[in-house]
Unconditional design. Structure first.
Length: 492
């Protein structure tokens, strides 16, 4: 293949990628200490009553405490929502400044992170099916529990000798217990009481305490953010002194959980809603996420990935080992690793090398790389499918290799490549459902947030499936029309 063509395509890919690569992370309005700084707060949004979404708004005890701290400290807050297991990685990578999500202080975390003064106290409990013989942590030895992978309660269950299955939400874990797929859950007593009061699940119950120790929850910071920790501590002291923390706690729990002996929490749950109401409340936010995140992410990633795929395919087909071997390695690496891992590498790994991309460009880069790896082999196969006689005929009439590639080979290869590349595009639409791990609120994340509060999993996930299906159907129709258009130039 012509090296000039390779250079031209490389320039095209770099021109498209460079605006994304040059975009740095969002910076606080005031990078120094003091009034007006922006503080990015990471939270689940799926852990009621501490952090959840209601009527499309993020709320909960932890959220209200964080807002009160920010008002007292003079911070401007920006909340980002993600899976619990991604929050600490986001904190380590500097994507967020603080985690407000009922983070329990323990020696392992204290060795790695800085904590504010505690703003909540609770105890652990064991949840199992009604009629279970489980009563203490010792009874969990050899059994299976469902926990969030990086939660404090997961470690408690492991220390008790239990096998831990990882789940994202407590409500999912409770459902697994109710159906007998796992034996128990270890979790915060307040979260469990809220779930039992709200879900109507009468198949599970609290069967015992997870030890006698009282857990302390605090805001988690990076160790080098000492100024933020001091400001948070001063704010919490002031809020405790003027009764603000007590009022917030009483509103949610009917007791003051901000002190160690503030009374027994009583959680009344939230107003029950029908599945129709849940779907109606989630439909518009999910559609907005589809339009703002899923569709643009798909379009941009596919365009960049396709341009890179053509370049890599030409390099792969080149007789030069300096071009073909790196292309072979790239394709093998992309196809041999999960997309989720590629997202983690780009979003959490590259900052350690100095490339710190915001969420959307990071997702674009990871998805584009994935498309390029799979699309390159599709494009190469299409190029090889063009009869050799076409190359020879072009050379016979005096066409240069570059002109023959542009006028003869690529148009024919494009027609051959359309069906498999369309499948790649449709797969990409669905692959965007993974981007919540890089702090983007896509369609799937919106529906998870609603389901965690309403427990209407089936109708909400069917709604998400409908949205994806509509987009994929539109793309399939467009594929058919494109194939018809390209086939007009084929001689029968």
């Amino acid at each position: 293949m012509s090296r000039r063509v390779l250079g031209l395509l490389a320039g095209l890919v770099l021109a498209v990628l460079s605006p994304l690569l040059l975009v740095g992370p969002a910076q606080a309005a005031d990078g120094g200490s003091g009034e007006g700084r922006e503080v990015v707060v990471g939270t689940e949004g799926t852990y009621p009553p501490f952090s959840f979404n209601e009527d499309g708004q993020l709320t909960g005890y932890d959220v209200d405490v964080m807002k009160a701290v920010a008002k007292e400290a003079g911070w401007r807050l920006r909340f980002v929502q993600s899976q619990f297991d991604a929050l600490f990685g986001s904190l380590d990578a500097g994507r967020i400044d603080v985690i407000a999500n009922q983070i329990t202080i323990n020696p392992e975390r204290e060795a790695r992170y800085a904590f504010s003064e505690p703003y909540a106290y609770s105890r652990g409990v064991i949840v199992a099916r009604k009629g279970s013989d489980i009563r203490t942590l010792a009874d969990l030895k050899g059994l299976t529990t469902a926990q969030s992978a990086t939660s404090n309660w997961s470690q408690v269950a492991k220390d008790a000798g239990a096998k831990v299955e990882n789940v994202e939400q407590f409500s999912q874990a409770a459902d697994l217990v109710a159906r007998g797929r796992v034996d128990a859950i270890v979790n915060d007593n307040i979260a469990v009481l809220d779930y039992l009061a709200t879900s109507g699940n009468d198949q599970v119950e609290i069967v015992g305490d997870a030890g006698d120790e009282v857990s302390r929850q605090a805001l988690a910071f990076r160790q080098d953010d000492a100024d933020l920790v001091r400001e948070a501590d001063r704010a919490l002291d002031a809020l405790r002194a003027d009764g603000t923390l007590e009022r917030i706690s009483e509103d949610y729990f009917g007791a003051d959980v901000s002190v160690e002996d503030g009374g027994e929490a009583k959680v009344g749950g939230r107003d029950e809603t029908s599945w129709v109401t849940s779907v109606r409340e989630a439909a518009w936010p999910a559609f907005v996420a589809l339009v703002k995140i899923t569709i643009p992410l798909t379009a941009i990633s596919f365009a960049i990935g396709l341009a890179a795929a053509v370049l890599i395919a030409l390099a792969r087909a080149s007789s030069s080992r300096w071009l073909s071997w790196p292309a072979r390695f790239f394709i093998s690496a992309v196809r041999g690793t999960p997309l989720l891992l590629q997202l983690f590498v780009v979003f959490y790994g590259l900052p350690q090398l100095g490339l710190d991309l915001p969420s959307f460009p990071a997702a674009v880069l990871a998805l584009s790389v994935n498309v390029a790896g799979y699309g390159a082999e599709t494009v190469r196969g299409a190029l090889l499918a063009v009869p050799r006689g076409q190359h020879e005929a072009a050379a016979t009439i005096g066409m240069s290799g570059r002109l023959a590639l542009r006028r003869v080979v690529l148009p024919q290869a494009a027609r051959i490549a359309v069906p498999p590349l369309s499948n790649t595009l449709i797969s990409l639409v669905k692959d965007t459902s993974l981007v919540s791990v890089v702090l983007l609120t896509d369609v799937t994340r919106v529906l998870n947030q609603q389901a965690s509060a309403s427990f209407d999993y089936l109708p909400l996930y069917l709604l998400g499936g409908l949205y994806y299906w509509i987009v994929c159907t539109v793309l399939s129709v467009a594929q058919g029309r494109l194939e018809t258009r390209l086939n007009r130039y084929v001689t029968p």
